[in-house]
Design a protein around this ligand. Structure first.
Ligand code: PBG
Length: 335
């Protein structure tokens, strides 16, 4: 970022309102742009056909069966959205303490990947790697008898999960579990499996956040969660530590990194972009969406302007793109 230069001439020679006077001029002076090509659209997948179930904590968001996910992907492609992110709502009877459904090549995520690839071959598919949609305790990793999340044992599961997703056709593997060393371990099995072109977008700086509440309802893990995720997700007080997380993930082979949540962590996004100048993504998470959307639906803020302003802020902070539940609505607004 460039330092603020001392104006060569002060008022009245310099009037910063001058370029703001007309719409054409405001457009010309814009420092960043926002387009549908900046969005990754997260979708929740559920069993059945022709099935849509509203997520009560996220007004306007629905879980979709695999066939409808494919339809949504086609729509996204036609709107210019380059990528879909998938999150499964695993039936309770398929959840176990070890989350082994994550390794099932026929699980909801894998079926959704294949259906999207058949319906909309031009769109990218990003898949989440973590065990929480599959475990009976709602944690992202394996839980020991004395209640600890086991790092290295979890990594073996995540390697298997990533491989199953890559075989089904995933384009971007996105580990959201925050185990130490998982990016390198996943890169290793992808290389060994000849998935050289499958990318890794690491949830590098993922905070232990209250803003994930509605998501846990959407994937059905909230009711299960025992305790909290503070021994693996980051302390919201820390930003220097985010740079260490990002440095490690790049060294381990991440193609891009993510900061999550988004709006409360714009400073972290800006620092990561400044420090590494690599592709950085933000996740505008479920709680941010719920907060903004309920305010809009209550008539408290102007919805369309709010959506574009909130998303533009991520671009200004340095993001290449944004995972957002507003992807379709924003693409329509921009279109
Ligand atoms: C879980 C995961 C979470 C989200 C994405 N992947 C929740 C969590 O860590 O508990 C949150 C997304 C959102 O809130 O929109 N691995």
């Amino acid at each position: 970022m460039s330092p603020v230069l001392k104006p060569a001439a002060a008022y009245p020679a310099t009037r910063l309102r001058r370029p703001r006077a007309h719409a054409w001029s405001r457009a010309l002076f814009a420092e960043v742009t926002l387009s549908p090509a900046d969005f990754i659209w997260p979708l929740f997948v559920t069993e059945g056909t022709g099935e849509r179930t509203p997520v009560s904590t996220m007004p306007g968001v629905e879980r979709l069966s695999v066939d409808l996910v494919a339809e949504a992907a086609k729509e996204a492609e036609s709107l210019g959205i380059p990528c879909i992110a998938l999150f499964p709502h695993t039936p309770p009877e398929r959840r176990t303490a070890d989350g082994r459904e994550a390794l099932n090549p026929d699980n909801l995520t894998c079926r959704a990947i294949k259906a999207i690839k058949a319906a909309a071959p031009g769109i990218g598919v990003l898949t989440d790697v973590a065990l929480d949609p599959y475990t009976t305790h709602g944690h992202d990793g394996l839980l020991s008898d004395d209640g600890r999340i086991l790092n290295d044992e979890t990594i073996e599961m995540l390697q298997g999960q990533a491989l199953v997703q890559a075989r089904a056709g995933a384009d971007i593997i996105a580990p959201s579990d925050m185990m130490d060393g998982r990016v390198g371990a996943i890169r290793k099995v992808l290389e060994a499996g000849s998935f050289h072109d499958v990318q890794i977008m690491s949830y590098a700086a993922k905070y232990a956040s209250a803003f994930y509440g509605p998501f846990r309802d959407a994937v059905g893990s909230g009711g299960f969660l025992k305790g909290d995720k503070k021994t693996y997700q980051m302390n919201p007080a820390n930003a220097d530590e985010a740079l260490r997380e990002v440095a490690l993930d790049i060294a381990e082979g991440a193609d891009s990194v993510m900061v999550k949540p988004g709006m409360p962590y714009l400073d972290v996004i800006a620092r990561v972009k400044d420090a590494f100048n690599i592709p950085v993504f933000a996740y505008q998470v479920s709680g941010e969406y719920a907060m903004l959307e309920t305010a809009a639906q209550a008539g408290l803020i102007e919805r369309d302007r709010m959506i574009i302003e909130a998303l533009t802020a991520f671009r200004r902070a340095g993001c290449s793109g944004i995972l957002t539940y507003y992807a379709r609505d924003a693409a329509r607004l921009l279109g």
